[in-house]
Design a protein around this ligand. Structure first.
Ligand SMILES: Cc1ncc(COP(=O)(O)O)c(C=O)c1O
Length: 468
């Protein structure tokens, strides 16, 4: 890498080495990390990132499902700076609050569907899911149902990286032998992935099959013991699994019937990713009891998460007035984070970024959907501005390539060399660009990714891998 001239501070090479010598990154793969270190990102503007050598990339990953308004916005920096100077911290334990936190709670209540009028701030998505799990227990206990401690979630889901949120999630790649997961009291059912449905099954029959599986699981655990159901409306990190028509409303109806709280984990799908503030009601037509969110809430400028929950839950928990909800964090309702979220939402409203996500999202889906015709591409699925390309060895049988070939990584490395960042996840490549993406940029993503897939397919064929 050629180092640009520096007046002050360490060079990119020195930073790269400091990181390699001292950091443990999320999801570190020790061997490659110790050998190759990490790509040093130095600057971001809109949908673009620049590395330490000054090379520019189109970031189709959107940071990590989160840079919704795009990077480098001076007014975000100003809002954060102004609030940091005015009140850089205030705790919100028990009975203290601050202006940005109160304003943001009211704003989220106004934007969230139905009677989701109560907000509890956390530090990110994992702590929001973790708190939702605890709220299930608290709420059910207050209702006189303390035995309703069991929860149900889905395979291939990702809900975060605390002990509980990662135990609720169940992506095969995340479960390693060296870590421990909470097994008791957390049950998993199938992901609603129609691409992997039994051969010959119609979408409607697949939905019935999933519903029957949920009901069978409830019968097994006993609905009287189940307190909550956790579901991402679209399973993002599991490979952008878009559920079949009618599945989520039917799951929600069953939950309601058995007094099971439906926790919609909208850490990815909220704040415009599907063209709505929240996807549960506006995109999928169901009313959850709790929404967990983070990421797009501040577009990644600063950490913040939240649970938005119903008046009904509040009323049950608050009944009698003498209980203590002993959960929360030093940084819950952090004034600087909340000021950033308010500015972020204001920018989304002013620039109609939800409208752009709907319009350009439709183009994004159709243009990238055309990659289905390429060799090795088994499925392209998504909605709005989130999408996944699933690579296979055999398109007819949907057989996967060998794990060792690391096809997603080969494609992302090839695309990276062409100036495009896409995220590899095993045999998948996923994307979630900023909501500001233009039709020209959609074209760039589609043509570059196509070139990368073709090149990798040629390389694999050359080394003797059979693709059909
Ligand atoms: C659906 C979902 N829930 C929760 C999380 C965890 O959020 P965080 O990394 O902010 O803790 C993520 C992160 O990717 C997510 O995709």
């Amino acid at each position: 890498m050629t180092a640009p001239l520096r007046q002050n501070g360490p060079s990119p090479e020195e930073l790269w080495e400091m990181d390699r010598a001292h950091s443990l990154h999320p999801w570190t793969n020790f061997g490659p990390f110790e050998k190759e270190g990490s790509l040093l990102i130095e600057r971001g503007e809109g949908c673009y990132l620049w590395d330490g050598a000054g090379r520019r990339y189109f970031d189709a990953v959107g940071g990590m499902w989160c840079t919704n308004i795009g990077l480098g916005r001076a007014e975000m920096g100003q809002a954060i700076a102004d609030q940091a100077v005015k009140l850089g911290f205030a705790n919100s334990f028990v009975d203290v609050t601050n202006g940005p936190s109160a304003l943001l709670a009211a704003k989220l209540a106004a934007l969230a569907p139905g009677d989701l009028n109560r907000v509890h701030f956390t530090t990110g998505g994992s702590t929001a899911v973790d708190t939702a799990y605890r709220m299930v227990h608290f709420y059910q206990s207050c209702r006189g149902q303390p035995q309703k401690t069991q929860v149900i979630a889905r395979n291939h889901s990702y809900h975060g990286s605390t002990y509980i949120s990662q135990s609720i999630g169940k992506r095969p790649g995340d479960r390693v032998a060296e870590f421990r997961y909470k097994e008791s009291g957390i049950h998993h059912i199938s992901a609603p992935n129609f691409y992997r449905a039994p051969e010959g099954m119609s979408e409607a029959a697949f939905t019935d099959h999933l519903i029957a599986e949920f009901e069978a699981k409830l019968a097994e655990v006993g609905p009287e013991n189940v307190g909550g159901f956790f579901a991402e409306p679209i399973q993002a990190s599991g490979g952008v699994i878009v559920p079949p028509e009618g599945y989520l409303p039917r799951m929600a109806a069953i939950c309601r019937q058995h007094d099971i709280l439906f926790i919609a984990d909208e850490v990815v799908t909220a704040f415009g990713r599907l063209g709505h503030w929240f996807a549960s009601q506006d995109h999928f037509g169901f009313q959850p009891d709790i929404i967990t969110c983070a990421k797009g809430l501040t577009s990644g400028y600063i950490p913040l998460g939240a649970l938005i929950f119903s008046d009904r839950i509040w009323d049950v928990m608050a009944e009698g007035g003498d209980r203590w909800f002993t959960s929360g964090f030093t940084y819950s309702g952090h004034p600087v984070s909340c000021a950033a979220a308010l500015k972020n939402i204001e920018i989304m409203e002013r620039e109609d970024l939800l409208g752009n996500a709907t319009r350009t999202g439709a183009l994004f889906q159709s243009r990238l959907g055309a990659l289905r015709d390429l060799p090795m591409v088994g499925d392209v699925r998504g909605a709005g501005l989130m999408i996944c390309v699933e690579n296979v060895a055999d398109k007819a049988s949907r057989t996967l390539l060998l794990d060792d070939l690391d096809v997603g990584k080969r494609i992302s490395d090839t695309a990276e060399a062409m100036g495009l960042l896409v995220r590899p996840m095993g045999h998948l490549n996923v994307m979630s660009p900023p909501l500001t993406i233009t039709p020209e940029e959609v074209e760039f993503v589609a043509t570059t990714l196509e070139a990368a897939i073709r090149q990798v397919a040629d390389d694999l064929t050359r080394i003797g891998v059979r693709l059909s």
